[in-house]
Structure formats: structure tokens, C-alpha cells
Design a protein around this ligand. Structure first.
Ligand SMILES: [Zn+2]
Ligand SMILES: [Zn+2]
Length: 408
């Protein structure tokens, strides 16, 4: 379930409720559009019901939500993950936030949020690895590779206060006496909130025009000068893109991250290498050694099985038709999977087609994939009754799966 966040318009102060995947905020009152950015990850707090004047102590919890793909001898397995874990090492703390973060409306932590925020002692990598290990226990062996894809990592702060005993400030109830020690809680390293939440105006940095996009879009388009933009930290950066224009006026355009990467450990520089490595039933043409290999990863969220199938299919197809640097003319699927996460899925994608698998999968841990460049590529699809169809790639995507994925 997505978190809901109570918020105020940075322009006029009107109240709004955002979903955690929202990136482009358009105020219903003043109509001003702004882009929600952060340095590293979003920080939220649970609302408190503490009596006035209590000094709140906020305990950080990592929250991780996404799909964990595991490459095993029995194939590619996936599991949906939605977990939280304390980022501090204090005995007796609740081990997770449970359903709280989903049942309550959260708020962004801003520099004027009062209270002491405990400093995280566990970094995000450590926590993500711990969860991997937990889930790995039940997996068939050998286990060759694991990767999170489409993950949202955020920090949620849970409020407590000490008044003789330690109180859970969400409920305003004392914790059981065997829980976390009040002195330890008060002595723990912490500071006031000092993380700015930055809203940047949704205006084209090149020409000043309004940028367009759906509320959860990670790539924004300027209808005036035809440029595209993505956020990187708190800055807008130009995004290289290309479109394979269809002559069908009702085509639907789906975005893909086309990623050039250096692959070490197996040879995969060209289309000819791909045909050999995937043992495709095709006769290698001389010019294929000159055609650079690219990974193709959907730039939108999909159900896990459909996502990995699409990564494999499009990467094996290596679309190389007439791409032009201009925006798609027609309906466009929003970019909702950032390129950083697309990069996380490269080795998993590779693992689905290398042959012979029995010989090559055990080499997977030693195979290195270094992304070097990327481009956002739009492919046209025709709309069938149940599927979106890409005739040149012989590819069909179930429309229901696209719709369901909007909830991911
Ligand atoms: Zn407003
Ligand atoms: Zn512009």
C-alpha cells in the first residue's frame, strides 16, 4: 500500500494529501505546479497525540518497498517486499512499524519540525542486505544473484517521549515496562531536523515554459521547446530521449531505458555477441559485430513477472529502427521507474538469457556490469482489446498488468 502524506502547498499554503509516489504536485487552489525533490531519500513522520509541551524523540525506521528478484537454479523467483526496520540499535524498540505507516497519514519532516531526531546507525545498504539474507533462507540453492527493483527507500520517524516511563506518542500510551529504556532513549545521539524539503518550480530550465507530466512522472516534458527533464537530487537535468514514431495516430508510446554498459566476465559488446551468448536461432550477419549491445528496461512499473519478461524480450530484440530525437505524438505512458533502478535490474536480465545456463549462471557473481550511458526511448504500441501490441518486436503487454502496476 502506498503511504499518504499530509502536506501544504509551498506557494499558497493550501492543504493537500500526496501519495508517496507523487513527484509533480499541482495545487488545486493556486494551480501552481512544483516538483518534489530530495537529496537522498524522503523523510516522513508519524503523527503524534502527545500532550502539549512534551519533548518528542523521533526514532528512525528504514522502510523498503519493492520487488526482490532472486536468480536460482530453479529459475528467476520474485517476492514483493514491504518492510520496516529500526535504523538505531536500541534494545526493546518495536522491531517494525507494522501497519502503522499505512494506517496513518504521514507528514514530511521539515526544518521547523520540533523534536529530537535520533541519528541512524544502520545505513540503507546494511538494512537492504539484511532483508535479502532473511528472504534468502527459504530460497532454493544455489542462489546466484539477488536484486531489488522498483524499490522505494524512505525513512519514517516514530515519535516517543519520556515521562517517568517511555510513551508511544502515536497512541499516547506507555510502552510495556520491558521495552526500550527511557535513559537510553534520551542519551541516544540525535539532533533537530535539518533536512530541507525542496519544491522546485515545474518550469522548463531552458525556456521557462510549464513542464508537463503525470503526478508520479519522473520525466517531465516541455511542450514549448520539446526538451525533457529529470530530477537528480534537487536539480533538474536534461534527459536524452528518442522516439520511434508510428504512422498510426492512436498509437500508445511506452518508455524504455536504453542502457549502454560494459560487461566484464562474459563477452557482450555487440549484437553478434548477444546472439551467441543467448544462443538465438539466427545466423550472425557480419554487420552485427558493429552493432553495439544495449540493455532495454521498461521505464515504468509493472507486475514482477511481466517486468522481467519485458526486460528479456526487448533486450533480446535490440530495437534499432529509426529513432528520432523528438517527443512521441500520441498517448504516452509516464516514466515511473527511475534509471537508477533500471540499472539494478541489468544482471537479473542478463541471467534470464545466457546459455548454457548451467555453465554460465554459476559465473554470475563474478560478472560485472558497469552502466556507461542511457537514453529514454519511446516505442509505439497498438491498442488491442486486451493487450498493447508492438508488431515489429512481436511483443504484447497485457493492459490489465499496466493498470495494476499503477498501484505499485
Ligand atoms: Zn497553492
Ligand atoms: Zn522548454
Amino acid at each position: 500500500m502506498k503511504l499518504l502524506i499530509e502536506h501544504q502547498c509551498p506557494q499558497c499554503g493550501a492543504p493537500a494529501v500526496l501519495e508517496e509516489t507523487d513527484r509533480l504536485f499541482r495545487c488545486e487552489f493556486c494551480r501552481v505546479k512544483s516538483i518534489l525533490t530530495r537529496d537522498d531519500y524522503f523523510r516522513y513522520l508519524l503523527p503524534d497525540r502527545a500532550p502539549q509541551g512534551r519533548k518528542l524523540i523521533y526514532v528512525p525506521y528504514w522502510r523498503l518497498r519493492g520487488t526482490l528478484f532472486s536468480t536460482t537454479a530453479q529459475g528467476l523467483l520474485h517476492r514483493f517486499v514491504d518492510v520496516s526496520h529500526p535504523a538505531v540499535d536500541l534494545r526493546g524498540l518495536p522491531v517494525s512499524l507494522g501497519l502503522r505507516s499505512q494506517a496513518l497519514k504521514l507528514r514530511f519532516v521539515t526544518p521547523d519540525t520540533a523534536g529530537r531526531f535520533l541519528a541512524p546507525q544502520l545505513d540503507r545498504k546494511t538494512v537492504a542486505e539484511q532483508f535479502k539474507e532473511q528472504y534468502a533462507v527459504d530460497l532454493p540453492r544455489p542462489l546466484y544473484h539477488q536484486a531489488y527493483v522498483g524499490d522505494t527507500l524512505s525513512m519514517i520517524y516514530a515519535p516517543y517521549y519520556v515521562n517517568g516511563r517511555v510513551y508511544d506518542a502515536v497512541l499516547d500510551e506507555p510502552l510495556p515496562t520491558a521495552s526500550v529504556d527511557g535513559d537510553a532513549l534520551q542519551a541516544a545521539d540525535g539532533d533537530r531536523a535539518r533536512w530541507p524539503l525542496e519544491f522546485i518550480p515545474a518550469l522548463c530550465p531552458k525556456c521557462g515554459w510549464d513542464l508537463d507530466g503525470q503526478r508520479d512522472a519522473l520525466a517531465l516534458f516541455c511542450g514549448n521547446c520539446g526538451s525533457m527533464w529529470r530530477t537528480e537530487g534537487t536539480k533538474l537535468r536534461p534527459l536524452r530521449f528518442a522516439t520511434l514514431q508510428s504512422d498510426q495516430p492512436d498509437a500508445v508510446y511506452l518508455p524504455f531505458w536504453r542502457i549502454r554498459a560494459e560487461v566484464g566476465g562474459v563477452r557482450l559488446d555487440s549484437f553478434a555477441d548477444l546472439v551467441r551468448l543467448a544462443n538465438l536461432p539466427r545466423v550472425i550477419q557480419p554487420q552485427w559485430t558493429e552493432m553495439g549491445f544495449r540493455f532495454w528496461i521498461p521505464a515504468f512499473k509493472l507486475m514482477p513477472r511481466a517486468f522481467s519478461r519485458l526486460c528479456t524480450h526487448t533486450t533480446l530484440a535490440q530495437p534499432h529502427a529509426d529513432f528520432r530525437t523528438r517527443p512521441p505524438r500520441g498517448r504516452v505512458q509516464a516514466v515511473t521507474l527511475p534509471v537508477e533502478e533500471a540499472v539494478d535490474s541489468l544482471k537479473t536480465t542478463l541471467s534470464t538469457f545466457i546459455k548454457p545456463a548451467r555453465k554460465l549462471l554459476p559465473q554470475l557473481p563474478a560478472i560485472q556490469i558497469r552502466p556507461r550511458a542511457f537514453l529514454l526511448a519511446y516505442l509505439p504500441f497498438a491498442e488491442g482489446p486486451h493487450d498493447l501490441i508492438q508488431p515489429d518486436l512481436k511483443l504484447a503487454i497485457n493492459r490489465n498488468q499496466l493498470r495494476q502496476s499503477a498501484a505499485l
